[in-house]
Design a binder for this molecule. Structure first.
Ligand code: SF4
Length: 434
């Protein structure tokens, strides 16, 4: 039997997809890249933006034909969209041929639900929000050299634009011992790099009985794992980020000298409306500390423009913050209302034209900064873990998370290379193996 899995959204979903594939394999399925050949099709969905949801509905529309041709085909929806209560009635109306909906808290029930459908029990749905963490589920890792490891699930922050706390539940930390055990196992199986995942890694451990467990402690313990060459993590929250993380990074051998610190806006008024829990001054203070303690580190961020109520002056505050910090890169987004979040019904929504203009102005400003910083790397050698290969070119990330392209053999995927930068560009660095 063949199964086809399509993953939308972030690395948390990518990690869940590894578990889904592991469970499907235990059920006797082999994975296929060809949806038309599959006996089971699962969409692991994202609901961070309404556009992402529309994409899933249009994908489901194209799958209808396959279901008509092969009625025994099982079609299922998992991930954040599946967890949204409003999705189910809408889905049942619009796509009644979907057989299975499983929420983010119930992934471990997937095999039982598939067996129920195979046994003729009809539509299966489980989106109960239990908050439990199920350890030891099987997984198939597409990249043996790179381990994605969850450290927390859910989020407590309720940023007013974000749906995540509603679809992933309250923050739950995995036990320190379980995370370290998984880390050691993955390294023993060939992982060279670990990426620890959480919506707010800085609050890791606060909900655990062992209150000594902190994110810094986890990183420093992982740093001792023999054979592990690089540790990365995603995502930090400026409200909870503190000096001890900078100290841990500086004291470590393997933690990437890269700080991704999403600022979202440079305006205090907007940060407040976003419920981010810090102001511009606090953010800039953190940046100063990072630069003082780890001057070699790279700094990247996420920024939303056109949040409800954002005036031209607020936007200029964001632009000036970007200039002041000098981010190596910024992931920039135009605010789009997410149904079910407080910001979606806030007054003073910004017209699309204005949002687009601000986004372009911000992207131009950031592009100039990125290019300037990248040009300063001309001739430098960086350590790159090659992650993919195409037409004679290997692609990977440097220590500071910059994207690097360089000629090399296809056998180089999963290997660290020393690469000299020969052609810095705005969004990537081109180089050659030293
Ligand atoms: S910290 Fe804010 S933006 Fe990030 S997942 Fe939580 S609510 Fe969403």
């Amino acid at each position: 039997m063949l199964a086809y899995l399509e993953t939308f959204g972030c690395q948390a979903n990518e990690r869940d997809s590894e578990t889904i594939q592991g469970m499907l394999q235990q059920l006797g399925y082999k994975m296929t890249q060809d949806a038309a050949a599959a006996h089971l099709i699962l969409l692991n969905t994202c609901s961070i933006r309404e556009k992402a949801e529309q994409k899933v509905f249009s994908r489901l529309g194209t799958l209808r034909k396959l279901k008509d041709e092969k009625p025994s085909l099982i079609i299922g929806l998992c991930g954040c969209m599946a967890q949204e209560k409003d999705t189910i009635p809408h889905l049942r109306r619009r796509c009644p041929y979907v057989d299975l909906v499983i929420g983010t808290h119930r992934l471990h029930r997937l095999p039982a639900m598939i067996r129920n459908i195979q046994g003729g029990m009809g539509f299966q749905c489980d989106i109960e929000e239990t908050g439990e963490i199920i350890e030891g589920l099987p997984a198939i890792r597409p990249y043996p050299f790179k381990a994605l490891i969850n450290i927390t699930y859910g989020c407590n922050n309720f940023c007013t634009y974000c749906i995540v706390p509603y679809v992933r539940g309250r923050e739950r930390s995995r036990g320190l011992a379980a995370i370290l055990e998984e880390s050691r196992q993955r390294v023993a199986q060939g992982a060279l790099e670990i990426m620890y995942l959480g919506q707010n890694v800085n609050t890791y451990g606060r909900d655990l009985e062992d209150s000594a467990a902190s994110f810094e402690q986890l990183l420093l313990e992982a740093d001792k794992i023999e054979g592990l060459q690089r540790i990365r993590y995603m995502t930090s929250h400026p409200r909870d980020f503190n000096d001890s993380l900078i100290d841990a990074v500086c004291a470590s051998q393997h933690i990437s000298r890269h700080f991704h610190l999403p600022v979202q806006s440079g305006s205090d008024q907007i940060l407040k409306r976003m419920n981010r829990g810090y102001d511009r001054g606090r953010y800039l203070e953190l940046v100063r500390k990072i630069k003082a303690k780890a001057p070699e580190a790279t700094l990247t961020t996420d920024i939303i423009v056109g949040f409800p109520g954002e005036t031209e002056a607020d936007f200029l505050d964001t632009l000036s913050l970007v200039e002041e910090v000098g981010f190596d890169a910024a992931f920039t987004f135009m605010y789009s209302p997410r149904q079910g979040t407080p910001a979606a019904t806030m007054p003073d929504q910004i017209p699309l034209r204005e949002k687009k203009d601000r986004l372009h102005a911000l992207m131009d400003a950031q592009a100039a900064i990125s290019l300037r910083l990248h040009q300063a790397m001309l001739g430098q050698s960086v350590s790159v873990l090659a992650e993919s290969y195409e037409s004679g070119i290997l692609t990977g990330r440097a220590e500071g998370s910059q994207l690097v392209h360089f000629p090399g053999p296809d056998t180089g995927v999963g290997t660290f290379f020393k690469v000299r930068i020969t052609e810095p560009q705005t969004f990537l660095l081109k180089g050659e193996i030293v």
